[in-house]
Design a protein around this ligand. Structure first.
Ligand code: GLN
Length: 542
């Protein structure tokens, strides 16, 4: 194996931005011409996050090959600009499932199955398999959780073993920690980092590089102190302050010398990075000339991470349109006919993102109706498209009972229906949605065709229900245009309205493919329309 490995662990507290650090380092290595892939090892027992409540876990990110993964995979894709795969995310649940399946098949030939070596072997196997299939120069492996957690111990043990089995300079261990500031004494404190590194050392891992998150600059003497106690050269103690934009993190870490230190540890050639385009992108992110506000009407808006890729895609389309996109987070349940004017006052566009279940649906429909009637830009994603369809059926076609079968199984107008191949999946829900990338043909002359600039696109899906084609003629006659179709199964993937300047519903998740330097065309078009809306008198946009 020629691939070099970088392991990223976290200490002291969670939510330190370990994923961002890994992704940013990936960008810095790619900017030097190294081929990079990143994987995440997640310590929970769920096989994947697909069955978890978004409040527990945040967004579920979906790859082209249909894996439901941790949201950090989205950060990785956005920072290193690569489409990742199911190999890039492994959970304890998957590891145990594989080991237990093998045991049931007699694969251990009578042996006692144990965490060491069987679970740790399976972890190493998955890292090696990902490397073998993806063939990067450098594989970055992020270990979820915080050092000291019971859950992540087998992963740490596995990477310790892996190092002993590889060449001396083939692995680099980065530990991301926190240097808290005590306002009472006006000091930055290094002790939690010392303890966390001790914990790592006690399991046989000596970090090569420390990335220290801090609200205040960490001066040289503090870095020297951390280095001394943690057995790391001072130059390898990297300060990581708060950034103005997420995408500024690689630039800040570059200045602090993170990549240089890592390349030294790995014995790789030091090269000049080309960050010209990235810098330009960050500059437009931080200093845009325009501004607009989008209302994001969802069920889980209290936790912004539940819509992470949507928020990022809005940011990307802001960058592409030289505008700051503010998000007004609207709790769907709060939206009612009586308060809708007040809620959407000063808003330039409404976005209803994906979701499951019944809660908040009526509020989302009020929002969709408001956008439709006021000719305000509306962007419905997955559930957001289904909502637009139901709202149209109820208020334009006059089918008061129209609904999705997800919520009302007995409606006479199931305009959103369970897909045929999903009928048997309602009990075994894990991993059985329509997942991953599917082809979509765009209708000539449509807004979608214009935005994409091509006839065929591939977009990622995550849903069980779908527009019911038995109503297609009724909808067409009433002014709905079906502008994107799945060619193989005839599934309606995009809808638009004929008498509305920008009303788009998509059954897929375009946010998953948006990149900071290459905004998704529909998101870009949505923000363009929102800026236009802002410049025109309301209801008068042409
Ligand atoms: N709940 C809907 C379905 O399963 C929409 C899913 C989504 O928005 N991701 O079809």
């Amino acid at each position: 194996m020629d691939t070099k490995l970088i392991f990223v662990t976290g200490g002291v507290v969670s939510s330190l931005g370990k994923g961002i650090t890994a992704a940013a380092l990936g960008r810095l290595l790619k900017a030097r011409g190294y081929g990079v892939s990143i994987m995440k090892l997640d310590p929970y027992l769920n096989v994947d996050p697909g069955t978890m409540n978004p409040y527990q876990h945040g967004e579920v990110f979906v790859t082209d090959d249909g894996a439901e993964t941790d949201l950090d995979i989205g950060h990785y894709e956005r920072f290193i600009n690569e489409d990742l795969t199911k190999l890039n995310n492994t959970t304890t649940g998957q590891i145990y499932s594989a080991v237990l399946d093998r045991e049931r098949c007699g694969g251990y030939q009578g042996g006692t199955v144990q965490v060491i070596p069987h679970i740790t072997d399976e972890i190493k196997l998955r890292i090696r398999r990902a490397i073998q299939k993806l063939q990067p120069h450098i594989m970055i492996v992020e270990i979820g959780g915080t050092v000291g957690d019971i859950e992540s111990q087998p992963f740490l043990e596995a990477i310790r073993q892996l190092k002993t089995q590889l060449e001396g300079d083939q692995c680099c261990f980065i530990h991301v920690t926190l240097i808290p500031y005590l306002s009472a004494s006006g000091e930055l404190k290094t002790k939690p980092t010392q303890h966390s590194v001790k914990e790592l050392q006690s399991i046989g891992i000596q970090p090569d590089v420390l990335v220290c998150r801090s609200d205040y600059p960490i001066d040289r003497s503090i870095r020297a102190k951390i280095g001394l106690f943690c057995n790391v050269p001072e130059d390898y103690v990297i300060e990581n302050l708060n950034a103005r934009s997420l995408y500024e993190v690689p630039l800040m870490l570059e200045e602090r010398g993170l990549c240089r230190s890592v390349l030294k540890v790995l014995g790789l050639e030091q090269r000049e990075p080309d960050l010209t385009e990235w810098r330009k992108m960050v500059e437009s992110d931080i200093n845009p000339s325009n501004e607009c506000t989008i209302a994001l009407v969802g069920k889980y808006v209290e936790l912004h991470d539940a819509y992470l890729s949507v928020a990022e895609a809005l940011r990307h389309s802001g960058i592409a349109n030289n505008a700051r996109v503010n998000i007004k987070w609207v709790v769907a349940e709060d939206v009612q006919e009586g308060n809708v004017d007040e809620i959407f006052e000063g808003i330039d566009g409404i976005l209803v993102p994906g979701g499951f279940g019944e809660r908040g649906l009526e509020g989302m429909m009020v929002a969709a109706r408001y956008a439709r009637e006021h000719k305000m830009p509306y962007f419905g994603i997955c559930l957001g498209m289904q909502i637009a369809v139901i709202e149209y059926a109820r208020h334009v076609l006059g089918w008061k009972d129209a609904h999705s079968k997800e919520v009302d199984f007995n409606t006479k107008h199931p305009v959103i229906d369970l897909m045929e191949d999903q009928v048997n999946n309602l009990e075994r829900i894990g991993g059985t949605l329509r997942l991953g990338s599917y082809t979509c043909h765009l209708e000539p002359g449509s807004l979608a065709r214009k935005m994409y600039g091509k006839d065929e696109v591939h977009e990622r899906h995550r849903h069980r229900y779908e527009f019911n084609n038995s109503f297609v003629e009724d909808f067409k006659a009433a002014g709905v245009k079906f502008t994107g179709w799945n060619p193989r199964r005839g599934l309606a993937e995009i809808i638009e309205l004929s008498d509305h300047p920008w009303f788009v519903g998509v059954q897929f998740h375009p946010e998953l493919k948006s990149r900071p330097d290459n905004a998704h065309p529909i998101f870009k078009g949505f923000i363009e329309a929102a800026l236009l809306w802002q410049n025109n008198a309301k209801g008068d946009i042409k």
